[in-house]
Design a protein around this ligand. Structure first.
Ligand code: PEP
Ligand code: MG
Length: 875
């Protein structure tokens, strides 16, 4: 057996090798292949990372040998030696996961420098200052990333030296200053690690590779993977690349640029650069960079070359690119290209534009948008009128669009805490770093004082679709004391502000928001998705307002109208309670007769909102005690209202309590014991349908759905009741109306006996909330207590109440589909559990042949797009 290859030189790979070389490595290889100026290097594969973990976090000798062989080849290639005292080879070591994880992994530059090779670097470049500046950066970065010494321990040394020598900028520091700094840095390393700073370049290299492997499992990376659904077994690759220097004087520099605007999608190069600076200076947001178009004035030739390369890369990859480059003494080098992260709005605009430009077709365009990303576009923006009335307090960069109103907090922990208490929180920082990621997730929006459009805050916020205003230089943030000042005004922790991520405006106080709209390119892309998909999309809506919102978002019907919510409204709850505590049929009928007109009006509103689209109304489902008062004061009030003595009422309330209400007297069981309830609801539905049908002269399609069926005879009895009641109403009003009767499949026994159940049902709708609850025997109300731990221990990748458990619950669904069709070939099949809005679960529904999925109104566009993805993927 031949030896496994764990390392690929850049000239050996290509862009298809992402899973092995990571995104960065594969693209460096591809750029090398197509002849672009990439400094040579090699990639240690993701398999080497996985082997490192298999070998108990040790780099095996086999891999070490391969590293040094490749290093040797690199030395030959560029005619420099590692650790040389004349002209040393220096390398960068950077992580490169399969799916890019910005800010999550760490970079080391200038590796190979030590007390001797720094002299060599000074000689070779004729620039002593540059050499010592590089060494100082290297010690700091290596100490942070590899030796785990916190960054701030070094910061004050540089500041102190600057103060002592009256230097304004880092670039004003002299060689002597830098030597002092290096000496002090090394003292810190000695103190913190009880060892000298490692001087052997090969040791440095192996330690760095190990650190990158380790960082795959640091807390930030784990959080990022969780949020973005990236499996932990992917591992990361490590790229070792010969250094080029952006900090070699005024004809050197470094930058990042997108081929189009990542916030809006506009077809215009977008980016920033800094002259005489190295790598991370731009991203870290410490010095404020210049817009990329300024490069045209600074270095016209290089600018032109860069524009050509950028265009070439975009055409080559057929997608918007995010490019990192360095200019060393007037020569351009490319350090990275990748498909640029973008907001949902930008993603849509770029995809639609690229179809227009003939670069991609409609299917590719549809596939380019992640369904869940649309969530960003389905959230409110500020009302124009309100915004015009109020003065902004300041303005920063519009780093990530959206509107956010909330209370301000000055660190990630406080934001998380506030959000957990139900507050809308805004994270305010000088600048963000990867440590802030959890706070950013919980925040409504992010405001930073420093940093540009490609700062950490901006990049991460755009990826999350979170509103962000960055680089707001006018605000003076005091993170310690939890206040910021602007223009003489003070904002303390807990004060309200509002951020407009589209303009960069910051407002004091709360601003009202307005509902989003589906128009322009968004509507166009959705229409392409509609042409492609075969699944229909319905919505879960209980009110005419929700129904209208859903229709606006493209819902083709209501898949679930839960009638119990209507029972909770203030003016009718007394009648509901009277119905529940009724001691005999007459009393119950009296209360139900009071409720009937209310229910009828509810349904009139819903039928009007939906017009000719089908509407599935589910008959009452929850246990009755949910409607009753549960404290003595409220029981007293009710006893007066309905004229039942306090003690009797209290007894009734006690009596209705159940040990396991979720498995108790609920769903169709209510109608088996009290048929009058469903009778009233059916009358209301049919009367409303007839009324709207007559009034609007349209075809109304009511579908009456029975919940929680487990045995066919339950349905048989209830169906007879429905038919009898409905037909009587129709006859009495001498109307003609076609209605359907069906059931939810949400009890495992119903799925297993679906052939019998289908005898009495024209449609099935999978209630996967209950079906998950009952298949796993996880109480929906209590599972939150342990599901977190299940996910941590990787028993679950996702909460099964959010993503359908295809192996278990899904199997029951498949059985039900098959058995249901056996009895009734044309049985109508859909899903109305929460999973109907989850793209992966939607894909499953597509594959098992459901006719529709039903989800909450705001998820309708997501479901439309997800259904299109399924149609394309499963062609
Ligand atoms: C379900 O159980 O999946 C369902 C849609 O009904 P509910 O959530 O109201 O129990
Ligand atoms: Mg249910």
């Amino acid at each position: 057996m031949g030896m496994k290859k764990y390392i690929y030189a850049f000239h050996e790979g290509n862009k298809e090798m992402k899973s092995l070389l990571g995104g960065k490595g594969a693209n460096l290889a591809e750029m090398t292949k197509i002849g672009l100026p990439v400094p040579p290097g090699f990639t240690v594969t993701t398999e080497a990372c996985n082997k490192y973990y298999e070998d108990d976090k040790k780099i095996s000798q086999e891999i070490i040998d391969e590293v040094f062989n490749n290093l040797h080849e690199l030395e030959e290639k560029i005619q420099k030696k590692f650790g040389d005292i004349e002209n040393p080879l220096l390398v960068s070591v950077r992580s490169g996961a399969v799916i890019s994880m910005p800010g999550m992994m760490d970079t080391i530059l200038n590796l190979g420098l030590n007390d001797e090779s720094v002299v060599g670097l000074a000689k070779a470049t004729g620039n002593e200052r540059f050499a010592y500046d590089s060494y100082r950066r290297f010690i700091q970065m290596f100490s942070d990333v590899v030796l785990n010494i916190q960054k701030y321990k070094f910061d004050h040394i540089l500041e102190k030296e600057k103060e002592l020598s009256k230097a304004q900028l880092d670039t004003d520091l002299t060689v002597e200053n830098l030597k002092n700094i290096i000496k002090e840095y090394k003292t810190i390393v000695k103190k913190e690690t009880r060892k000298e700073f490692p001087q052997g370049p090969k040791d440095q290299l192996l330690m760095a590779i190990e650190a990158v492997f380790d960082s795959w499992n640091n807390a930030r990376a784990i959080v990022y993977r969780e949020i973005n659904d990236i499996p932990s077994h992917y591992g990361t690759a490590v790229n070792v690349q010969s250094m080029v220097f952006g900090n070699m004087g005024d004809t050197s520099g470094t930058g990042v640029a997108f081929t189009r605007n990542p916030a809006t999608g506009e077809k215009k190069m977008f980016g920033e650069f800094l002259m005489n600076a190295q790598g991370e200076d731009v991203v870290a947001g410490i010095r404020t960079p210049q817009p990329i178009r300024e490069l045209k004035n600074t270095m016209p030739k290089v600018y032109e070359q860069f524009v050509n390369v950028a265009n070439l890369l975009e055409t080559h990859y057929k997608d918007m690119q995010d490019i990192e480059f360095t200019i060393e003494k007037g020569r351009l080098y490319l350090l990275q290209t990748r498909n640029g992260k973008r907001t949902a709005a930008a993603a849509i605009n770029v995809a639609v534009d690229m179809v227009g430009e003939g670069i991609i077709d409609k299917e590719v365009a549809v596939m380019r948008i992640e369904p869940t990303q649309l969530d960003q576009l389905l959230h409110p923006t500020f009302e124009k009128e309100a915004m015009e009335k109020i003065e902004k307090i300041t303005q920063g960069l519009p780093a990530s669009p959206g509107a956010a109103t909330g209370k301000i907090y000055f660190n990630a922990n406080d934001v998380v805490k506030a959000a957990n208490e139900g507050e809308r929180a805004i994270l305010v920082r000088l600048e963000t770093s990867p440590e802030d990621i959890e706070g950013m997730v919980s925040a409504q929006g992010i405001l930073t004082a420093r940093g540009g459009m490609t700062s950490h805050a901006a990049v991460v916020a755009r990826g999350m679709g979170k509103c962000c205003v960055a680089g707001c230089g006018e605000i003076k943030v005091d993170e310690m004391n939890k206040v910021f000042k602007v223009d003489g005004k003070i904002f303390k922790e807990g004060d309200y502000i509002s951020l407009d991520g589209n303009t960069g405006n910051v407002y004091g106080g709360k601003l009202p928001t307005k509902e989003p709209e589906l128009s322009g390119n968004f509507a166009k892309l959705m229409s392409w998705a509609d042409e492609i998909r075969t699944l229909k999309i319905r919505t879960n809506a209980d009110t005419p307002r929700d129904a209208l919102t859903a229709v606006k978002f493209g819902a083709e019907g209501i898949g679930l109208c839960r009638t119990e919510h209507m029972f909770f409204e203030e003016e009718r709850i007394p009648a509901v309670r009277q119905m529940i505590v009724a001691q005999n049929v007459e009393e119950r009928m009296e209360a139900l007769n009071k409720l009937l007109p209310f229910q009828k009006n509810d349904f009139v509103g819903i039928f009007k909102a939906m017009g000719e689209k089908p509407v599935t109304v589910r008959l009452l489902d929850p246990p009755l005690h949910e409607f009753l008062p549960n404290n003595d004061d409220d029981i007293k009030i009710l006893s007066e209202q309905i004229k039942v003595s306090y003690s009797t009422l209290k007894e009734i309330v006690e009596d209705l309590k159940e040990f396991n209400p979720m498995l108790g007297h609920r769903g169709c069981r209510l109608a088996i014991t009290y048929p009058e309830i469903y009778e009233m609801q059916v009358r209301a539905i049919i009367m409303a349908a007839i009324e709207v049908k007559k009034e609007e002269n349209i075809h109304i399609q009511p579908e009456i759905m029975v919940p929680l069926i487990g045995h066919e005879k339950e349905l048989k009895i209830i169906k007879e009741l429905i038919v009898k009641t409905a037909d009587k109403v129709i006859e009495e009003s001498s109307a003609d109306l076609v209605y359907k009767i069906g059931t939810m499949i949400e009890v495992p026994r119903a799925a297993l006996t679906a052939d019998d159940i289908a005898k009495h049902a024209e449609f099935f709708s999978f209630g996967t909330n209950d079906l998950t609850q009952m298949t796993y025997a996880f109480s929906r109300d209590d599972a939150g207590r342990f599901i977190g731990e299940y996910r941590k221990k990787e028993i679950f990748e996702k909460d099964p109440f959010q993503r359908l458990d295809q192996n278990g619950v899904g199997k029951l669904m498949e059985i039900a589909v098959q058995l249901g069709r056996k009895t009734r070939t044309n049985i109508k099949l859909g899903i109305c559990g929460e999973h109907g809005g989850d793209p992966e679960s939607i894909d499953f529904c597509h594959r098992i042949g459901l006719e529709y999925v039903s989800c909450s109104p705001y998820r309708v566009p997501i479901a439309r797009l997800a259904a299109a993805h399924s149609a394309i993927k499963n062609k």
